[in-house]
Design a protein. Sequence first.
Length: 375
Amino acid sequence: MLTFHSIWTRPAVAKGNEEITLWDFEWLTWLAGILYAKQYGDVVLVADERGAEFVKKAGLAECYDEVILGLDEVPKEVDPEIFWAAGKLYAIRLLKRSREFDPFDGPVASLDWDCIPWNYPDEQQDIMCLNLESLQWPWYKDCRSKYEKFVPKAVNWNLPPANNGIFHFNHYKHMLAYSDLSIGFMERFGRAANQQNYFDQPRYVYGDAMTFAEQQLMATAAWHSKRTIEPFLSARADGFLQPNTFFTHLWTTKNLYRAFPEARIHYTNQLIRILRQRFPETHEILEDKGLHVTQPVLTHEENLVWNREGQKHFPSHNVGIVKALEGQAVLRDRNISGSRSLAVGGVVLPGDRVLCGDSNTKIELEFTQTSEYPA
């Protein structure tokens, strides 16, 4: 199986971010994603010039079997602020430039930087995605009225969208048909937007265009190919993955790790331990980044203040802060194996599991406002 990462930096430039930065947990997740994917075949990076240079400076380019350039060729009408993940869809076409790849002899998998494929399930269908999403989620509700006229083929509006943190096609020709459908939509929409002054409105009005192109049109492309999409995993009502041993997808947890050092450091510590044990050859690259040793995991009682002030920052995340604790309790991070002790001020992120030491343990959590995801 060929696995690819993609990096298209035009969206970052459009937002005024001249420098691309990675937090420690992001860099470790990226590295782990490459190494675990290599258990199943070659892993390549598809990039633009700026992205390739960034990955090289980050010390990750040497981990790939090949780096394929070409994402600077994405047409200008594809607005990078709206279609921020368009590079992944154009990368599918660029795989044909790989020196190793027979484009009609799959399978092929796409992997986001914030995903780790610990173990692929033994049985895989023709087309697999990370998980299926609900058509009732906010970012799909208005897609038909806004985008139907820009799709070059009929859309099946009854199919659940496919989360693309990881996706897998047994046959490249079906993956290519998917990218062609999505690219056709993005380019048509872009031309119309420029001609008809769509962008007189704020761009956030079209914030659902990318998930439509990337995830809802994957379901339609499979339908056109007379295939069905099967999920690797299932998602909870709040959008986070059910606990599993197959994949980690950080998704919006990245924002929470940046906000709460306790949770971030625990995750990085566990990932460092796993990489050193499973891939001892990584010691040099970890040491070069100063990530070869773990850090103390400290609980911050000021999180209680942050919880009251910080609700406006993460309105759609049900973050818990330990307000009172009698006895002992530990927390299991939903993204990685291992546990950490809880104390007053400790953080419980969505999907984390709290385990009490015994039946006499009493714990009180203070939560941010209720999640906005539909039940």
